[in-house]
Design a protein around this ligand. Structure first.
Ligand code: ATP
Ligand code: MG
Length: 300
């Protein structure tokens, strides 16, 4: 199939899950079990994903050579939604030299002594690079919103902590993304949308299968009690920060094969839209190359 046709197909699958408009966004319009009408055997999905990651690798090579744009992929989700596996599979073909993954956990004392964006801003990808945020500045309006004691730890001056704080933070995040976009960072934000039932199933697997035990943390089960609060926080965050230059993707995550395909498709589609190309060789450069070739051949 010619590339243009594949691209049309990718767009067809990606568009229903892409959120660029702030008005009217409702999480309940998205079903975690959705597979875009696709039904696939595991082998078929794997093959398709491999084609996607190979294409991604080609695009990354040009991104790196061109050294102008950068790409930031933000992953947010409830526990066990598959962030780690998605990152592992989707990025399996890319050159590690041009790619960096940062996982953000509870902030250190040094980090918490700064403004909330500090630790994330310093990890933005360099030009030509792909940066992956496994959790991100969105935690500041998700976990911190759900657990007010975390906000207290941030030691903000009292007059600045009002009921408006979440709207203010969301506005700051939207502005920060606009700023990064104007600097040439293409931002894609993925919310891996898993259902409460599927999460329970995956926790059970972590408890029952010895090789998955290490993934289990008792706090994950405690956080389930705050499910509705988290969903509300996610909805508000997506609705306040979706934009053309930094779209959200609400990725149905109950079927891992589908979420991985969708993330790969959205990433390839975004990179193709940057129209990446290898740097052009101008006349002076051509002369330089010819001279070098001559010099090398004379060594023989
Ligand atoms: P895993 O898949 O290994 O469980 P994880 O991303 O869940 O990966 P954990 O070490 O289990 O990693 O959890 C990190 C925890 O840090 C999460 O509960 C997350 O909500 C929390 N966290 C991240 N950023 C912040 C923040 N800014 N303030 C407070 N807590 C945060
Ligand atoms: Mg965890």
């Amino acid at each position: 199939m010619p590339r243009e046709e594949v691209l049309d197909l990718l767009q067809k699958y990606v568009i229903p899950y892409r959120v660029t408009k702030r008005k009217g966004f409702r999480l309940k319009d998205f079903d975690p079990g959705d597979t875009g009408g696709l039904q696939m055997e595991k082998a078929e999905a794997t093959e398709l994903l491999q084609a996607g990651t190979a294409w991604l690798a080609e695009e990354q090579d040009m991104l790196y050579a061109q050294d102008r744009w950068s790409l930031l992929l933000v992953f947010q989700a409830m526990d066990a939604a598959g962030k780690d596996g998605t990152i592992k599979h989707v990025m399996s073909g890319v050159n590690p030299q041009g790619c960096q993954v940062f996982s953000f956990k509870q902030p250190s004392s040094e980090e918490i002594a700064h403004d909330f964006m500090w630790r994330y801003a310093r990890r933005l990808p360099e030009r030509g690079h792909i940066g992956i945020f496994n959790r991100s500045y969105y935690e500041e309006v998700l976990v911190v919103r759900v657990h007010p004691e975390l906000l207290e730890r941030q030691k903000l001056p009292q007059p600045l902590v009002s009921k408006r704080i979440w709207d203010e933070r969301l506005a700051d995040i939207a502005h920060f993304e606009e700023y990064a976009a104007r600097q040439g960072t293409k931002i894609l934000k993925f919310f891996l949308h898993v259902s409460r039932q599927e999460q329970e199933k995956r926790f059970m697997e972590r408890l029952e299968q010895p090789e998955k035990n290490w993934k289990f943390s008792p706090s994950d089960v405690r956080e389930r009690k705050f499910w509705d609060e988290y969903m509300h926080a996610f909805e508000e965050a997506i609705a306040a920060t979706a934009s053309k230059q930094a779209p959200w993707f609400v990725v149905p995550a109950d079927n891992k094969w589908f979420s991985r395909l969708l993330v790969a498709a959205a990433t390839v589609e975004a990179m193709v839209s940057l129209d990446l190309a290898y740097p052009k060789v101008d006349a002076a450069k051509k002369k330089e190359l010819a001279a070098a070739r001559l010099a090398l051949s004379r060594e023989r």
